[in-house]
Ligand binder design. Structure first.
Ligand SMILES: C[S@@+](CC[C@H](N)C(=O)[O-])C[C@H]1O[C@@H](n2cnc3c(N)ncnc32)[C@H](O)[C@@H]1O
Length: 307
């Protein structure tokens, strides 16, 4: 697929909101396509280039002049594209994890594999609203989740006595530029998501989680050893497995299940095929405890169907 086709396809198949029109316009702009096409192949991806323009202070939409701005300021855009990578961290996923975490006797020693900025390492620092139930947990970040199937919603956040994350490229929540980069990766129009991210990053920055730089396969056993003695050791991961090859995924599952820990996975339905849950029409995650699926969940935590 050539660069113009990559942007055209992104606009039709993936993008929502203003990025749909913008991606189509970029695909039809030979000047901009030539600049993007001159980047290393792995750096031509729409999410990276569009975020880099915004990070450098450019507009986010076709109507606001994205394309002329990007061409005029290409040296700065290119610098950011080459220096950075796409990265996400979705605090909302804690609403999917919470009913499963509540099944485990605490206090917990929580390890997140693929933690990004560590926003899913602090499920005890958010306020939850499940349907019309009484909200619980500290603010200011509120995670709302609509449920089906009578999930065992707790009435309080879990006690987390110890926590640490592992990531190949941890995000430093105390660095304003790193925080802004994460925000630029949220698509325009997704204001609620951006506001939640900003607020959750501020919560994390007030007491930054410990994040260990490294590969999960190499780093996890040592961290589990450290965690033991602080509480029930729970290894959790969410949206990590797409980054691993199928072989590395299998090895990771073998590793976790051999460590004698509780294991929470929150991954897209195709990622752990042995769960036998079909992909279905709407994109869903499976939230599982110790390899047993417990819920189908929204990838951003806004709904949950207990199984
Ligand atoms: C999509 S993000 C998900 C972040 C967070 N778990 C969440 O749900 O919001 C996946 C993270 O996994 C990290 N990652 C990918 N492969 C990894 C590996 N082999 N070892 C450690 N971290 C990895 C990436 O750097 C990225 O931060």
């Amino acid at each position: 697929m050539d660069t113009a086709d990559v942007y055209r396809t992104f606009g039709v198949r993936e993008a929502r909101g203003p990025y749909r029109e913008l991606a189509a316009a970029i695909a039809d702009d030979p000047g901009l396509i030539a600049l993007i096409g001159a980047l290393p192949e792995a750096k031509r991806q729409p999410n990276l280039v569009l975020a880099a323009v915004r990070f450098e202070g450019g507009p986010a939409t076709e109507d606001d002049g994205f394309r002329p701005w990007a061409k005029e300021n290409w040296a700065a855009v290119e610098r950011t594209v080459l220096a950075r990578r796409t990265q996400t961290n979705e605090a909302g996923r804690c609403a999917s994890l919470l009913p499963v975490l509540a099944q485990i006797e605490g206090p917990l020693a929580l390890i997140e594999a693929g933690a990004s900025a560590g926003l899913c390492l602090q499920p005890d620092r958010y306020r939850y609203v499940y349907d019309a139930r009484e909200p619980f947990g500290p603010g200011p970040v509120t995670l709302a989740c609509a449920t089906e199937g009578d999930p065992p919603i707790p009435d309080a956040v879990p006690e987390i006595a110890w926590r640490a994350g592992i990531d190949l490229a941890p995000v430093d929540v105390t660095d304003p530029a790193e925080r802004r980069w994460l925000e630029c990766l949220v698509w325009p129009g997704e204001d609620a998501r951006r506001d939640r991210l900003r607020a959750a990053l501020a919560v994390a920055a007030a007491d930054p989680p410990r994040l260990v730089r490294g590969d999960v396969a190499e780093t996890l056993p040592g961290l589990v050893e450290e965690a033991a003695g602080h509480g029930t050791v729970v290894v959790c991961h969410s949206a990590l497995l797409p980054y691993l090859t199928p072989g590395a995924r299998d090895r990771f599952v073998d590793l976790v299940t051999g460590l004698g820990v509780r294991w929470i996975s929150n991954e897209g339905t195709p990622r752990l095929p042995h769960f036998g849950i079909p992909a279905g029409d709407r994109l869903a995650f499976v939230t599982a405890l110790d390899g047993v699926p417990k819920a189908l969940t929204d990838p951003h935590g806004s709904w949950l169907r207990w199984l």
